[in-house]
Design a protein around this ligand. Structure first.
Ligand code: AMP
Length: 247
């Protein structure tokens, strides 16, 4: 190793150290993921989480955890989740506010499944404004409805709540049937991924989503995943779109 290499290495180390020291001072970032049930928000959120170093917050996961733990809140919301209906705004917003105050969201969050109504979008803006922050970008994953139905009907979800990976019985099966590749927990079919509940979820989405897209206006990035695209392809397309916006 010559002197130039050593200088280059020490410059890079200094730069990394400065970034590390300044990291806690950066403004919190909030990225919203929109799209119907089965659009791939959860999968994309997990990929963005490790890429951007920003915590993932799924209101659906929070609600399922409350329901499974039979908390007071869980008992209140169970019937909505199981029927594929939206939990009332007042409850959802209070839950979001409570969650965002947790330490893990101190640098912001990737919001998956929130907002789902115009009122939620408006109240999110207010809440973030009170904290001196705002939604940086809203990414809409918008595959066609046939794709959504096909994905939901064959979706398997990891029962380990801190893992939550999803599989597809045919196009992305686990290595061992019924077992999560990552954490080895059993997989299950979500109650609301059944053919009785899917139509209700899709019609709720159709009814509520247009005003939200309008609300985000120029902050909205639309990506239309096709059947042929892999999760990695969609992720790369989103990253390219986000970079194009920032440049
Ligand atoms: P998800 O896992 O995002 O598909 O959400 C599962 C279920 O949780 C939904 O069908 C709703 O019943 C409820 N839910 C999740 N997020 C929201 C939200 N932002 N507003 C109202 N209900 C929600």
């Amino acid at each position: 190793m010559n002197l130039t290499h050593i200088r280059d290495l020490s410059n890079r180390l200094c730069f990394a150290l400065v970034r590390l020291l300044l990291w806690p001072l950066r403004a919190p970032r909030f990225i919203v993921l929109l799209g119907g049930p089965g659009a791939g928000k959860g999968t994309l959120a997990k990929m963005l989480e490790s890429f951007l170093g920003l915590a993932h917050l799924s209101t659906g996961d929070v609600f399922r955890r409350e329901r499974d733990n039979k908390t007071e809140l869980g008992l209140k919301i169970q019937s909505y989740i199981d029927a594929g209906q939206l939990v009332p705004d007042a409850i959802t917003i209070a839950v979001l506010k409570r969650e965002l105050q947790r330490w893990r969201y101190r640098y912001g969050a990737i919001l998956d499944g929130f907002p789902r109504t115009l009122l939620q979008a408006q109240l999110l803006d207010q809440l973030l404004a009170d904290w001196g922050a705002s939604v940086e970008v809203a990414v809409l994953l918008d595959p066609d409805e046939e794709t959504l139905i096909e994905r939901l009907s064959f979706r398997l979800t990891c029962s380990n709540k801190s893992c939550g990976r999803t599989y597809h019985l045919h196009t992305k099966p686990p290595k061992v049937p019924g077992i999560c590749d990552a954490c080895k927990s059993p997989l299950y079919q979500r109650k609301d991924d059944s053919k009785e509940v899917i139509p209700e979820r899709l019609s709720t989405h159709r009814r509520e989503s247009a005003p939200i897209y309008e609300h985000y206006g120029s902050e909205l990035v639309v990506v239309k995943p096709t059947k042929e695209q892999t999760e990695q392809d969609v992720f790369s397309e989103v990253i390219t779109a986000l970079r194009a916006r920032r440049s």
